[in-house]
Design a protein around this ligand. Sequence first.
Ligand SMILES: [Zn+2]
Length: 327
Amino acid sequence: MSTPQKFDAHGFAHAHVARQRPRAHRLHQLRDAALEAASLGYFVIPLWPESKVPAMHRETRCPGRGDCAHGHRGWEARATRDLETICRWWDAAPLNVGIAAGRSGLHVLDLDAAHGEQAPAQWHGCRDGTDVLARVAARAGARPPTDTRTVRTPTGGSHLYFQAPPSISLRNTVARVGWRVDSRGDGGFVVAAGSWREEGWYELAVDAPVRPMPLWLIPRLRPPAFPPASTSIVHGARPSLSRRRAYLTTVEARVTAAEPGTRHDVLLRSAYSLGRLVGGGDLAEDEARNSLLGATSRWPGSPSRKDIRTIDDGLTAGIRHPRKLAS
Ligand SMILES: [Zn+2]
């Protein structure tokens, strides 16, 4: 008897059997996924069940106790490979597993599917991030990297793991390499193999050693020397914590107060406006996401999966239209 399968643009088959909801015993699978990542030398963080949102408080909600007794420590600082801590966290709940990319010495390329969209003119003929990377490689006279550790995401994307170059700091990028090609480095995390979301599992697709970052890729991941002509982003210091907090509080209040029937629109618009600040470098992505999640959590039955998707959609769209917090 055959298993129903679907194939993506590159012929990868996704067995529907992998799309079952986690049961109680999946608690152990998720804990094992965290232990596995730590055994590879990676620093892990807990993500809320079925999500890619860090299960840790953010700076604007810091209780100032425990791990934060001497000042707030964000998810990146609290990421761990301590086996006892991991067992304590993952025995408590079926948490997804995040890998702090930069802290683990990794820079991970995130090749996304088209999700029904056509490539912009510049990338005409490309079906998805994998095609775009192949084209970028060809222009550099190189072959696209295929023999490094790779994780398939449940929405048809691929995470290609590379050793971060030792001498420079590479932060997260959004569409800098090209359409549907993002990356996670210093200040970023990826969802590890063995994690589960509504759409399915994150699965190890290429079980190879993590290769050094190809040299031709490094300049394409670095920030541009000048801001792109289409935006007016001025690279400078982040606004103060109190400015960011005031902005977030305003947005949260708007989301919390949204009447039933308007909530989807208000949440999408709020996520979009925060996403723009993320794109401009004034907010961290998880700071924006946690802020919105916190605001929706006061709605009955929320945050629902639809809310989480709305937040993702709004942030992603906003990041592509960056702006700075107005002065
Ligand atoms: Zn704290």
